[in-house]
Design a protein around this ligand. Sequence first.
Ligand code: DP6
Length: 403
Amino acid sequence: MPKDTVVKPATVTCTAPVNIAVVKYWGKRNEGLILPINSSLSVTLHQDQLKTTTTVASCRSFQEDRIWLNGKEEDINHPRLQSCLREIRRLARKRRNDGDSSVDVGCLSHKVHICSVNNFPTAAGLASSAAGFACLVYTLAKVYGVDGELSGIARQGSGSACRSMYGGFVQWIMGEREDGKDSVAQQVEPESHWPDLRVLVLVASAERKPVGSTAGMQTSVETSNLLKHRAESVVPDRMKQMIEAVHKKDFATFAELTMRDSNQFHATCLDTFPPIFYLNTVSRHVISLVHQYNRHYGEARVAYTFDAGPNAVIYTLQQHVAEFLQVVRLVFPPDNNNGKTFLTGLQVEPVEISEELKNAICLEPMSKGISYIISTQAGPGPRVLEDPGQHLLGSDGLPKTDA
Ligand code: DP6
C-alpha cells in the first residue's frame, strides 16, 4: 500500500468511575439480560482517585475485534463483552436508519481494538467491573457517534456498571419489563449536591479471593428466603427513604440506612446455602469501631458498607474525617514496612484525639489488618480525554508499551 493511503484508526479514549452502593443490588431475575430483583442506589466515586481508562480504535484494516485489559490480551468472546459490542452496534445502526447524521457509518463495518487499564489494583476488589464496562460502553458510543441513554447497555456488561454511567448519586431502577428496556440508571443528584460528603476506602489485607458476585448472587436467589423478603418487602421503602435522605443531605438517616442495608445484604449471604462469607475479622472490627465511635457522640457521624469482599467503604462528612482517620490508625496500626503510603488520595491533616474518645474505643489493635486507605469524594460520570497523547493504543492499533 502506498504510504499516503495507509489507513489510520479512528481512536477515542474515555475514563469512567467506580460506584459504591448504599442500597445494594443482589440477585437477578434474568441472568442473560442482567435484570435485578430490586432497585439499588450508589455514590459515584471521584475519578481523581479511582477510574478505568479505555481506548477504542476502529479501522478498516483490523482483521478482528481484540481487547487488552491491564496489559494482557483477553478473550473478546466473553459473552458479556459480546453483549455490549452487539448492543452498541445495534443501537448505532438503529439511529443511523432513523436518520441520525452524527452516527459514524464507516466505523460500523470496521473491527475494533480495545485497551483498558485501572488506576487502582484489581486485587483491591474495588468493583472494577462496574467502571470497566461503563467505560467500554461509553467509549464505544463515542466511536460510533451515539449519544443518550446507554446505561441499559452497560448493565448487560455487569449490573452495577449501569450506575457508573452517571456522576453523583445514582439509582438503578429495577424495571418491570421482560425485555429490560425500563431497567436503567438515573441520576438522583449530581456530585456537586453534597460537597461535604467524604468517602474512605479501607483496603483490608485479604487472605484469599472471595466468591464472585455473579455466582454468589445466583446461589442466593436459588436458596435464600431472606433475599426474597429483602427484595419484595424491604428495598422498595428503603429506596424512597434513601432518595429523600440524599435530597435533604440528611447524613444521620443516610448513614443508618447505609449500614442497615450492608448488614442485610451480608445477612442474605449467610442465609444462602451453602453460606457465603464476605466479611472477615478486619471487617467486623471496622463495624464495631464505627458503632463505638457513633455511640460516643450519640449520633451517626460515620457509616460503613461492604460489597462482595472484606474492604470497608466509609461514608462520613468533611468535619469528621481527620478524627475518624486517627481512630482508624489507633485500631489498625499501619505497617510502616510495606513501602506504601497508608493514606492515599485527598489529603487529611492529622489531628489529636481526646482521652475520652480513646477510652470509648474498646478494641484490641489489629496491626496489618488494613493495608492502605483511599480518601475520596463523590465525583462525575464518564469523560472523554481530548488529548491524543493519552490514547492507550498507538497509531498501529496496538497497546503502547506502557499501557
Ligand atoms: C455487592 O454488578 O458485580 O457490589 O451483574 O453479575 O456483574 P453482575 O454483578 P455485579 O454485582 C455487584 C454487587 C454488589 C452490590 C452493588 O454494587 O449494588
